[in-house]
Design a protein around this ligand. Structure first.
Ligand code: ATP
Ligand code: MG
Length: 561
């Protein structure tokens, strides 16, 4: 759908109103402002789609801004990963910006505030500051340093910057109102001392600006018109505006903060801090483990950027928080993959079938359609021979009439091949089935047009010729948590809800064309689901990740229980 045809979300209504009130369309500018302290998750994808979607709708630039003011948690690795993820989603930023590029400007403005009597150096420890903050219903207490002479403030602040003091010994506070009903306005801290190397500015600075002081001023420096953030920042808006008031000039764009609801996804957690815990505790194998709700995890699992964007578009943006069912994301993955993924055959729990009446040492190459949803995808040839694998689960010695797969004495069609009949089973001493002996109807070849080929049989099975099969490790992923909202329990930690069966590894038998399947390639394994070649896969050692099953098996289970 073209951006313009979609109905407007409430943020777009705000922009429309501003345009109607005379704001120039040419001055629209947006930004996506991640902190590089982890990998982006699906919640960020919503924010990316919102901001870059606005850019597309209004043909306006969107900056990618790294909000990198906390060297204790931020790393270059995360910067690179974030850039890759935004690009992969298909968006192009105008400028690549870093809050750390504004350290000098922010410092100069802080000096200006001090000179204007709007900021002071606080020399009490943090617990003391907290104790004097008051409560939402009681005013706070003025710091004994609140009325420090300006010259002393300037001197101390300069020396903080020069590195003369220890961490925690002084902070710079804005001088606003200790009795404000908004606790955030009670002389908020603007700077703290941190003797840490920063991933970009190295040891140039040992005082670092805090979020509230940095964010609005960065928006202003970049001339962002609409600064969109999640709801928890709504009480910060007053402070955002107060800080802007101290520096804006009337002939420049004054950024506007507006808030939208955070997106939560069921059966997972969307918080970098919690995701980091999963990585650190070894619950998953890294940020891009396919079970992670990170953009990189979803990509590795085989999700397409289109599926993720369609998902974000469908849920839209909201004014209130809620939890979106992960089944909706699965739906969008299936929908897109159904369109684009070539069909192939793979048997993941193989049992051997031997055709009694098929000549040994011969093979036929049968024609198979690559994607019935896409006529341009064409056909391929797959080998058929006397011995092939089917899924163990597709055979029963005895079964009732509703079992349409293979049973002794019964018939099924082999996809793109022949109709077979099961005659006999061979077992080991423990009773496990080793081989199923069948006969085939030589006249029943699919697509041959003979009356035998047109005969109706109920079941169609996928299969892979034994001598041609390629081996692959196949990783079957399931939801990472058994609970729909693992981090919403007050009495239990989210880690307690980890699904012990979130990963099952099997050895599959695949049709031979997959021998050279390249990392990232996506397929439908017929009757099983969508699968993607893992980034660590190689022709000698194939690894596939299951993206999503063909149907929602959880919905069925939940119905039953
Ligand atoms: P986290 O708690 O996971 O670290 P964050 O909000 O601290 O999230 P940032 O890197 O600061 O992460 O976020 C960048 C942008 O993405 C912000 O504008 C933020 O509001 C938005 N964002 C983060 N999480 C979500 C979410 N779950 N839904 C929608 N937007 C989100
Ligand atoms: Mg954060």
């Amino acid at each position: 759908m073209a951006e313009k045809e979609k109905s407007l979300n409430f943020i777009e209504h705000i922009v429309e109103e501003d345009l109607e009130a005379g704001f120039s369309k040419k001055q629209l500018r947006f930004r996506f402002p991640p902190e590089p302290n982890g990998y982006l998750h699906i919640g960020h994808a919503s924010s990316i789609c919102l901001n870059f979607g606005l850019g597309l709708r209004y043909d306006a630039p969107v900056n990618l801004r790294f909000d990198d003011t906390n060297p204790a948690k931020e790393e270059q690795e995360f910067v690179e990963a974030i850039k890759e993820d935004v690009k992969w989603l298909g968006f192009q930023w105008d400028r690549e910006c870093y809050a750390s590029d504004y350290f000098q400007q922010l410092y100069d403005w802080a000096i200006q505030l001090i000179k204007g009597g709007k900021a002071y150096v606080e020399s009490q420890p943090s617990d003391k500051i907290a104790a004097q903050k008051g409560t939402p219903t009681e005013a706070g207490i003025n710091s004994p340093f609140r009325d420090r002479p300006i010259a002393e403030n300037l001197d101390l602040f300069r020396r903080m910057k020069e590195g003369e003091f220890e961490e925690g010994s002084h902070v710079l506070r804005a001088k606003i109102d200790m009795a404000s009903p908004n606790m955030l306005m009670r002389d908020p801290v603007m700077y703290r001392i941190l003797h840490r190397a920063h991933h970009r500015t190295n040891t140039d600075w040992c005082i670092y600006p805090l979020y509230d002081w940095t964010h609005g001023e960065s928006d202003y420096i970049e001339q962002v018109s609409h600064s969109l953030c999640t709801l928890e920042f709504a009480p910060h808006r007053e402070l955002y505006n107060w800080f802007l008031d101290q520096v804006v000039s009337p002939d420049l764009v004054r950024p506007k903060q507006r808030e939208f609801a955070r997106r939560n996804l069921s059966h997972t957690v969307v918080s970098k801090r919690k995701l980091l815990e999963l990585v650190q505790h070894g619950v998953v194998q890294g940020w891009d483990d396919p079970r992670m709700p990170t953009i990189s995890g979803l990509r590795r699992k085989g999700c397409t950027p289109e599926a993720l964007r369609n998902f974000a578009d469908t849920i839209g943006i909201a004014k209130r928080e809620n939890v979106v069912d992960v089944a909706l994301l699965d739906f969008h993955m299936r929908e897109d993959l159904n369109r684009i993924a070539p069909r192939v055959m793979a048997v993941l729990d193989p049992v051997k079938v031997i055709l009694r009446n098929y000549e040994a040492d011969t093979e036929e190459w049968l024609e198979a359609e690559n994607n019935p949803e896409n006529p341009d995808a064409g056909f391929r040839k797959i080998p058929f021979s006397k011995e092939f694998y089917i899924e163990r689960d597709d055979f029963r010695e005895t079964a009732n009439r509703k079992f349409f797969r293979l049973k002794l004495g019964g018939e099924v069609r082999l996809k793109n091949a022949y109709i077979i009949r099961a005659e006999e089973v061979r077992k080991d001493t423990e009773g496990n089935i080793l081989e199923i002996i069948c006969t085939y109807d030589p006249k029943s070849k699919s697509g041959s047009g003979t009356p035998e080929s047109l005969r109706k049989v109920k079941g169609t099975l996928h299969w892979v010729s034994c001598s041609h099969a390629v081996d692959a490790e196949v990783r079957l992923y399931d939801r990472l948590f058994t609970d729909p909202t693992p981090d919403q329990h007050t009495d239990r930690d989210f880690i307690e809800f980890i699904n012990p069966d979130s990963l099952t590894i099997v050895q599959g038998k695949l049709e031979p064309g997959l021998r050279t399947a390249a990392p990232g390639a996506r397929y439908q394994f017929q009757r099983l689901g969508y699968f993607c070649v893992d980034k660590t896969s190689s022709p000698g050692q194939l690894i596939f990740n299951r993206t999503v099953t063909l149907r929602d098996t959880w919905a069925k289970m939940e119905e039953k229980s």
